[in-house]
Design a protein around this ligand. Structure first.
Ligand SMILES: C[S@@+](CC[C@H](N)C(=O)[O-])C[C@H]1O[C@@H](n2cnc3c(N)ncnc32)[C@H](O)[C@@H]1O
Length: 275
């Protein structure tokens, strides 16, 4: 059999073709086509999430890397994930040109397999259907307080905390809420209190009792892992302002107590008894 000679140039051409077709093939499995976010919208996404040094930013479907690179230019560290290897090479090159290669990396992979738990800020420009698949993962895996921003696409029944329109493009912003659902108990100044909390994403609805008295609750608020509300005992006029931080099955914080002219501040420590 006659041996075929292969010249270095041919090897190079074959390699380029293989790389191109591999890229195209992978591209066929993409859940979202490549469309870059305009730079002014990237800036708005980083403004609304308040990206700053100390943040770890993850962009799911990172394209040419522009979101993670712009975040690094604001002092953050982070990485992007894209299924298309051509995009990953392009993003690495753009990071190098922007002088931020030491703070960002780009990984080839499927965003549905990505470990997003280390993000303090998660960015996306995907599709509503993809966001909906990601929603339970975001709520389960991201720490309460993590900021999430999506260009163009919402997250269905999880209403955004903020919704901006920049040059007719929509930007949605959420803070991952802690899970406070359930029955909580605590003591303050010798009195026993209980709270039943119902929750739909960041919206909470709570009842507070002390003994067999129901308090009048106002302004219940949950932002990430921070909870606050006021409660009035109509029988004796005592007004409580509770504010604290949720960590698993405990809330720790402060109670301000007002009664007539008297004012006091106590520590607040509540325990979850059952979900
Ligand atoms: C609309 S572009 C957004 C690019 C970039 N985030 C931006 O805002 O400029 C979506 C990106 O997601 C990538 N992508 C699509 N499906 C993916 C998947 N399952 N896993 C990872 N990346 C994916 C595409 O290759 C594309 O680069």
């Amino acid at each position: 059999m006659k041996a075929t000679k292969i010249y270095p140039a041919q090897v190079l051409v074959r390699f380029i073709l293989l790389f191109f077709f591999a890229g195209q093939l992978t591209a066929q499995n993409l859940d979202v086509p490549y469309v870059p976010t305009p730079h002014d919208v990237v800036a708005a996404m980083l403004d609304v999430t308040d990206v700053a040094p100390g943040d770890y930013v993850i962009d799911l479907g990172s394209g040419d890397g522009r979101i993670v690179i712009a975040a690094a230019e604001r002092g953050a560290v982070g990485h992007g994930i894209d299924l298309n290897p051509v995009r990953v090479v392009e993003a690495e090159e753009n990071a190098r040109k922007a002088g931020v290669s030491d703070r960002v990396i780009f990984l080839e992979g499927d965003l549905f397999d990505a470990d997003i738990s280390r993000a303090t800020v998660l960015t996306m420009y995907l599709l509503t259907s993809v966001n909906m698949r990601l929603k339970p993962v975001i709520l389960e895996r991201l720490r309460p307080g993590t900021r999430v921003v999506s260009h163009s696409f919402s997250m269905g029944n999880w209403e955004a905390d903020e919704h901006l329109v920049i040059d007719s493009r929509h930007v949605y912003y959420w803070v991952v809420p802690a899970n406070v659902r359930g029955h909580w108990e605590w003591e303050s100044k010798g009195l026993r209190f209980s709270m039943n909390a119902r929750q739909e994403f960041q919206k909470i609805d709570i009842d507070v009792n002390t003994g067999n008295i129901s308090l009048v609750v106002d302004d219940p608020l949950l932002v990430g892992d921070r909870i606050s509300f006021s409660a009035l005992n109509r029988n004796n006029g005592h007004r409580y302002l509770f504010s604290g931080r949720v960590e698993g099955n405990t809330i720790t914080g402060t109670t301000q107590i007002r009664s007539g002219n008297s004012r006091s501040v106590e520590n607040w420590s509540a325990s979850l008894r059952r979900r």
